[in-house]
Design a protein around this ligand. Structure first.
Ligand code: ADP
Ligand code: MG
Length: 400
């Protein structure tokens, strides 16, 4: 994936005196009064604006907030308060512009935050007329919002085609680099860990990754359906029997190419999911009818550790057990540690998915892996093999 970047343009002096329109992701959680309760995305949005300012540009920052009805923005949907918080984090004066589609009065060195772009009629449908109108506002369009890269909307896709110059901001550029290193330009052996509760939510990922990886580790409820597919008795574990055939197809892909798809040989079982659940560790052939698998056992952890350490690239999405509960967290901890140690030994690792990132933090490896993807839906769609329209648009503009 080759795209022009804001940093390159800044180095070439191509931002000096220019009007730069940055599509950021300032969709932050807020309390009932509209105050920002987690400013992570705002802090992440600062570098793009700084690069543009340092490059001598007049900077417009645009974002969506929530899912308002187009043409009917209410006070609740307004980015105003978010913009104020952003200004403080940026350490630079900002102006908030409610009506901006017909023109923004701005000089180099100034920063204007634009009202919620999802208030504009045609944003969601990617109306080309709306994109053209926005293109007139700027000399350079910057997309720095990976979280919306899987959506073709006017500020994420249409504008990337319509603007005079289109490039990726530092956040998006980092994501693109990490995603490229994890798949299309991955060093092999490549090991993917796909866990979570349901095969149905990860089936497309399993099918897309199976042909590309040497090792496919399935975990959590997903592994349970694979266990059913090989005839194991899994008691009342979470599983999707109607997807057994799909699991068999994935196993066939791995078998035919001589790849690895290791299944648990021992597990942690309990009668219910809960803090108070008594548990035991047992061999995979020793599960009682009224028990459920809630984590992998220590022998399995050790086997998986070996596969993970042998990899030069690791993709991790999905915990291998109910790691939220103390009794069932050791398997996911072992995976987290193996990924961190493999990374320390030179492997490239990428971690994505809401619960997986939470797990990486709980086990203190979030700063020991190569990259934590910030875009939940966009990360999963990329791993499903789907084209991310916002990135495709920037790629199409690369030579132009
Ligand atoms: P992500 O958000 O990283 O993509 P998922 O949402 O697919 O991950 O899966 C996370 C959930 O899977 C966790 O809440 C975890 O408790 C659950 N899970 C893991 N293993 C099991 C299991 N054996 N049985 C039931 N649920 C499980
Ligand atoms: Mg989840």
């Amino acid at each position: 994936m080759k795209v022009k970047t804001l940093e390159e343009l800044a180095k070439q002096g191509a931002l000096n005196g220019k009007r730069v329109f940055i599509r950021a992701d300032m969709n932050v959680p807020r309390d009932a009064e509209g105050n920002v309760t987690n400013d992570f995305r705002l802090r992440e949005s600062v570098p793009a604006v700084k690069i543009a300012l340092d490059g001598g540009a007049a900077v417009m920052v645009c974002s969506h907030l929530g899912r308002p009805k187009e043409g009917e923005l209410t006070g609740e949907d307004s980015l105003r308060k978010v913009a104020e918080t952003f200004g403080k984090l940026l350490g630079h004066e900002i102006r908030f512009e409610e009506k901006w589609l017909d023109g923004v009065d701005i000089k180099p060195g100034e920063v204007v935050v634009l009202e919620n772009c999802r208030g504009n009629v045609g944003e969601k449908k990617n109306d080309p007329e709306l994109a053209k109108k926005m293109a007139k506002l700027c000399d350079v369009y910057v997309n720095d919002a990976f979280g919306t890269a899987h959506r073709a909307q006017a500020t994420t896709e249409g504008l990337a085609h319509a603007a005079k110059v289109a490039c990726a901001g530092p956040l998006l550029a980092k994501e693109i680099e990490a995603l490229t290193a994890s798949l299309s330009e991955a060093k092999h052996p490549l090991c993917a860990i796909v866990g979570g509760s349901k095969v149905s939510t990860k089936l497309t990922i399993l099918k897309n990754l199976a042909p590309k990886v040497e090792t496919l580790i399935v975990g959590g409820g997903i592994a349970n359906t694979f266990l059913l597919a090989v005839g194991k008795k899994i008691g009342k574990s979470v599983a999707e029997p109607d997807l057994i055939d799909e699991c068999k197809k994935v196993m066939d892909i791995m078998r035919e190419k001589g790849g690895n798809l290791p299944l648990p040989v021992d597990v942690v079982v309990a009668h219910h999911i809960g803090y108070d659940a008594g548990f035991r560790i047992c061999d995979i052939d020793d599960i009682d009818g009224d028990e459920m698998i809630l984590d992998i056992g220590p022998k399995t952890s050790l086997i998986l550790d070996g596969y993970i350490r042998a990899a030069k690239t690791i993709i991790w999405n999905g915990p291998v057990g109910v790691f939220e509960l103390d009794n069932f967290k050791e398997g996911t901890r072992a995976i987290a540690n193996a990924v961190a140690e493999a990374t320390g030994n030179g492997a490239f690792s990428i971690v994505g998915g809401g619960d997986t990132i939470a797990a990486a933090k709980v086990f203190g490896v979030d700063d020991k892996v190569s990259y934590i993807s910030t875009g939940g839906g966009a990360f999963l769609e990329f791993m499903e093999g789907k084209v991310l329209p916002a990135i495709a648009a920037l790629e199409a503009r690369y030579e132009k």
